[in-house]
Ligand binder design. Structure first.
Ligand code: 4AD
Ligand code: MG
Length: 467
């Protein structure tokens, strides 16, 4: 076969230099046609769009033609031809075809219209489908948008550790990291495991948040963001929870609650607008195949002001809904932690747009949140989204050493390994705050997918760590 440099399909489809000889490589989506002519739709992952390969059957070895089945991998040399019937401007008249990889009939993605549940069991091959191609190209674009947003605003990308000895959220939902032999654990006289001889000489876990280290970055570099894997051993088998997910955590010195909410709103809008501007083909595909309201919803978010509401006001709205006959499964009272049905009522029924809730009761939020003067509420903010629920959680931080210590003692937070965090409040403390955005929840919103397992290539959830 003549050696011609490969062109990606996304580039080929832009070109109009008909007559040029090109090489494309990719996987067969479909093959149709007659005894005389075969039409092969080839996709190489560079775009949702396929290029049509036209093969005059008589010019090729019939044994080779038989090997061109759905899923097979081909290298095709051919001539660029103006196309009438393929839905694109250009197609390839094949001159030489090499089957790089045959694809037997037990290819798990052979049939169209398989359920997402089925595809999850074949997550390694689902990447070859149109839907997952679209989702993961958008996921890439969102990562670029995030770096771009912060870089433009003078934030520094700050790397926080994955292995840590502290539990930022204080919820005890950590995966332990150890090199100890679990079959032969040394214990002290009280039966507690001795960790002195473990790799780090103490108990360590995978991080649930980079925030505590991020605060050290912000109180020196001024404004930073993290973007990395995050691990939570919460046994939540929901379409919104993963055991391993990616979180973006900006942290900013000298910021107050209003500025923090502005940052949250600007950030999400920037990302959604980026998708609308840069992922048009994939969004149109998802809008057609997955969720007919998707693009409308994305545009609405970019063009609307988010509602800003205190927790106390939200409780009133929910109580009024109940008085008006609305039924919730879980009770509503001042001090309750909102269930997703409450959040969804506010966002999807009452306001019908994103809501930023603030000033939560201190007892349902983390120890580091700044106390309001009422002594009852803290300057925490959650951003709630239609279809998703909580997409962002953040707060202004308690920067006063004594007040922070009082909260730590009140909440029984184990501070043994946190002296370094407290030093931020001891040496030149400053007002600061930040938030965490769950990357996969953003991707859920932007793609219209329903299950968080379908927006990360290899999901980790309770009882599943395949692939
Ligand atoms: O609200 P969370 O727990 O906040 C924090 O971790 C803070 N330290 C953030 C900060 O202020 N720097 O988590 C933040 C976001 C949630 O709003 C949600 O979008 C996402 O992380 N998240 C999850 N996403 C997927 N699976 C899970 N199990 C998640 N838990 C939280
Ligand atoms: Mg939260």
């Amino acid at each position: 076969m003549e050696s011609i440099r490969r062109t990606r399909i996304v580039e080929l489809l832009q070109r109009e230099d008909y007559g040029t000889k090109v090489n494309v490589k990719g996987w067969v989506r479909t093959k149709r046609g007659s005894k005389a002519v075969n039409f092969i739709a080839l996709n190489d992952g560079s775009t949702i769009k396929n290029i049509q390969i036209v093969a005059d059957v008589e010019k090729f070895d019939p044994e080779m033609i038989k090997l061109i089945t759905t899923g097979a991998c081909l290298s095709v040399n051919g001539e660029m031809v103006q196309s009438i019937g393929s839905g694109q401007n250009v197609e390839i008249q094949a001159l030489e075809i090499e089957v790089l990889g045959t694809c037997p009939a037990d290819f798990p993605m052979q049939k169209k219209g398989q359920s997402f549940e089925y595809m999850r069991q074949h997550a390694h091959m689902r990447l070859r489908t149109n839907t997952f191609g679209a989702v993961f190209r958008i996921r890439h674009n969102m990562a670029i948008a995030i770096h771009q947003f912060f870089h433009e605003r003078g934030f520094f990308y700050f790397h926080t550790p994955i292995i840590t000895a502290s539990d930022c959220e204080g919820a005890g939902q950590m995966f332990q990291v150890t090199t100890k032999n679990l079959y032969d654990l040394k214990k002290d006289e009280n039966g507690s495991i001795i960790y002195d001889d473990d790799f780090f000489g103490k108990t360590t876990s995978l991080t649930v948040s980079g925030q505590l280290e991020g605060e050290l970055g912000a109180t020196s570099l001024g404004q930073i963001y993290t973007f990395g894997p995050t691990f939570r051993a919460e046994n939540s088998n929901t379409p919104r929870h993963l055991a391993e997910f990616w979180m973006i955590e900006p942290e900013v010195a000298f910021i107050d609650l209003d500025d923090l909410m502005d940052l949250e709103e600007d950030f999400i809008k920037y990302c959604v607008k980026w998708a609308l501007d840069n992922c048009q083909d994939d969004l149109e595909f998802l809008n057609k195949m997955i969720d007919k309201g998707l693009i409308e919803r994305l545009k609405a978010v970019v063009n609307t002001d988010f509602v800003r509401l205190t927790y106390t006001e939200a409780v009133k709205i929910l109580e009024e809904a109940i008085a008006g006959g609305h039924k919730f499964e879980f009770p509503v009272y001042w001090g309750c932690d909102f269930a997703s049905e409450h959040e969804r009522y506010l966002v999807e029924e009452h306001f019908n747009k994103p809501v930023i809730l603030t000033d939560y009761p201190k007892d349902i939020k983390a120890f580091y949140m700044k106390m309001n003067e009422d002594g009852k509420t803290v300057q925490g903010t959650d951003v709630l989204f239609p279809q998703i629920g909580e997409i962002i959680g953040g707060s202004v931080r308690e920067e006063n050493y004594d007040k922070l210590m009082a909260r730590i003692e009140e909440m029984n937070i184990p501070m043994k390994d946190m002296w370094w965090y407290l030093d931020t409040r001891k040496f030149g403390t400053c007002p600061h705050g930040g938030f965490g955005l769950g990357f996969e929840r953003l991707i859920l919103f932007v793609t219209g997918m329903q299950n968080i397992r379908d927006v990360i290539p290899f999901p980790r959830t309770p009882k599943t760590a395949d692939f």
